[in-house]
Design a protein around this ligand. Structure first.
Ligand code: AMP
Length: 516
């Protein structure tokens, strides 16, 4: 079942429904979008001579043409390689070279950077809106290419909070299963909707475009092609029944915006991709009403490991409502989720590595047999995330294995300490790391961004922690910084923070020894 058939189906059944808009202006209907994808597919296979299985990179900001290119690739039996537009030129070159993409589409603002990278990687570049692009649209449409469920559809480059990004090979079957889970577990189908692409379409927003093409929602691209809270609220006001995917940091930025904006038309904010602190979930529920749903996934099982549905968010009377809000919900319906440690299965409540198997799990990493075998051991995807399951199947994530702090022989999960500190009125953001310590193995350091106009006092924060968590978990050191280092998806780079901490520490020691 080729994913491209979904667009052709909507092109027939919802021919005149708006398919793509930029800002408030509709650009194409579903009939037009399906036709454009079929023509571009014809051009890719005919004029450009690509053959099924070839990789095509999309180094583009969110734009009206994003979806037609994704679907054109699938229509022609090609593999799309969506690349985060905010990466560095050298990272573009790495991904183009690693994926072996013979062709790369780009938006005009990125052409210069992409051309430099493509020269290194020997890919041909076509910029949206040029004559070369127009000629693809004039090609003769072709039939959807037959594929097998195991054929690659999307090569998802992991966000790489450590090391070089790896290309998770996602098949047509993986993405179909993801789309069905969206309706079964995250956000139920409804007659008509708009999907706002406020987050990069190379990642969660683009993946969740698929179920929305299935049900013929209108895809709305912000004019800024980026995330700006004021623009997001204007689009929410304009478009009926809107849904969007947001990283937790984006939800926080929406909450920081003045509260007088009308969100009655908003249907669902789907958040995930990083930890959301309970305090922020509560603030979002107060502000937007019961319109939140959470997913936990990773590139290796896209958007699909567990979900905390809108209904679960809304059940305020439930005796374990707050506990559930702190969790990432229950296994999505296409996957099995268990907890493992050193090859043993752990019981309820025990913390170990989250492992997953099912129809959404990737085939492996592109041309990385060793890494693939390591990650897909014994038929299970080893996520590298630590967590535990409760008696009702709710998964609570602790931290990435490598972020765990071991101090005086005790395991300390940074997330637990961060949950406490972020609920303090003087704290806007916090990230907790371990610092090597001769006596304790590691000691806990909290990097704190102060709330606007506030001056957090370490002694007060220490008292606050003592009242709420075990003594050994509280930070021994506080460092105050303007902003936390984050990657292009807004995820805090703990590796970078540890490096900064080490550098600051050795500079301080240097100063100590050189003082008279
Ligand atoms: P990526 O492959 O770039 O999407 O990153 C996936 C990683 O983000 C996961 O392995 C988790 O560590 C983290 N993550 C994703 N969703 C959530 C969530 N809902 N809560 C906490 N962490 C999450």
């Amino acid at each position: 079942m080729n994913l491209a058939l979904q667009l052709q189906r909507s092109g027939l059944a919802a021919r005149n429904a708006p398919a793509v808009a930029v800002g408030t202006q509709v650009q194409f209907t579903y009939g037009q979008l399906a036709d454009r994808a079929a023509r571009i597919a014809g051009g890719l296979r005919g004029e450009l001579g690509l053959v099924p299985g070839d990789r095509v990179a999309l180094v583009m900001r969110n734009c009206a043409e994003y979806l037609e290119l994704l679907y054109a690739c699938w229509h022609a039996g090609l593999v799309a390689v969506p690349v985060n537009a905010k990466l560095h030129t050298s990272e573009f070159a790495y991904i183009l070279g690693n994926s072996g993409a013979s062709l790369c589409f780009t938006t005009p603002d990125l052409t210069a950077a992409v051309v430099d990278s493509a020269v290194l990687a020997e890919s041909r570049v076509i910029t949206i809106g040029t004559a070369a692009y127009a000629s693809l649209l004039e090609a003769r449409p072709i039939d959807v290419t037959a594929v097998s469920p195991q054929d690659a559809a999307w090569m998802f480059y992991t966000s790489g909070t450590t090391g070089k990004p790896k290309g998770a090979v996602l098949t047509h079957r993986n993405l179909l299963a993801m789309s069905w889970c969206y309706f079964a577990d995250v956000d139920q189908q409804s007659p008509w909707r708009s999907m706002l692409h406020l987050a990069p379409m190379s990642h969660g927003s683009g993946l969740y475009a698929l179920p929305h093409v299935m049900q013929a929602s209108c895809h709305v691209i912000p004019e800024s092609a980026a995330f700006e809270a004021a623009e997001a609220f204007a689009l929410i006001r304009h478009w009926p029944a809107s849904v969007f995917f947001a990283a937790p940091t984006m939800v926080k930025r929406l909450l920081d915006h003045p509260a007088d904006t009308d969100t009655r038309q908003l249907k669902t904010i789907i958040y995930g991709g990083g930890p959301m602190y309970v305090d922020d979930s509560l603030a979002a529920l107060d502000r937007f009403g019961p319109k939140l749903a959470q997913l936990y996934g990773q590139g290796e099982s896209p958007m699909t490991i567990t979900a905390l549905s809108a209904r679960m968010h809304a059940e305020r009377d439930h005796s374990r409502w707050l506990e559930r809000l702190a969790s990432v919900g229950i296994a999505q319906s296409a996957v099995e989720v268990r907890i493992r440690s050193d090859g043993d299965w752990l019981a309820q409540g025990e913390v170990g590595e989250v492992v997953v198997r099912g129809d959404t799990v990737m085939q492996g990493y592109w041309q990385q047999a060793e890494e693939s075998a390591e990650t897909l051991r014994d038929g299970w995807l080893h996520t590298g995330d630590y967590g535990c399951l409760d008696a009702e199947g709710f998964l609570t994530l602790k931290d990435r294995a490598k972020d765990l702090i071991i101090s005086g022989g005790n395991n300390i999960y940074p997330r637990e300490v961060e949950e406490v500190l972020v609920s303090h009125a003087d704290v806007a953001e916090v990230s907790v790391i371990g610092r090597p310590d001769r006596e304790w193995g590691e000691s806990v350091v909290a990097y704190v961004v102060a709330a606007r106009g506030r001056h957090p006092d370490p002694a007060a924060l220490d008292r606050y922690c003592l009242e709420r968590i075990a003594r050994y978990k509280r930070p021994r050191y506080y460092r105050f910084i303007e902003q936390l280092p984050k990657n292009n998806y807004g995820k805090v780079l703990k590796t970078r923070l540890r490096e900064l901490d080490t550098a600051a520490e050795s500079a301080a020691q240097q100063a100590d020894t050189t003082e008279p």
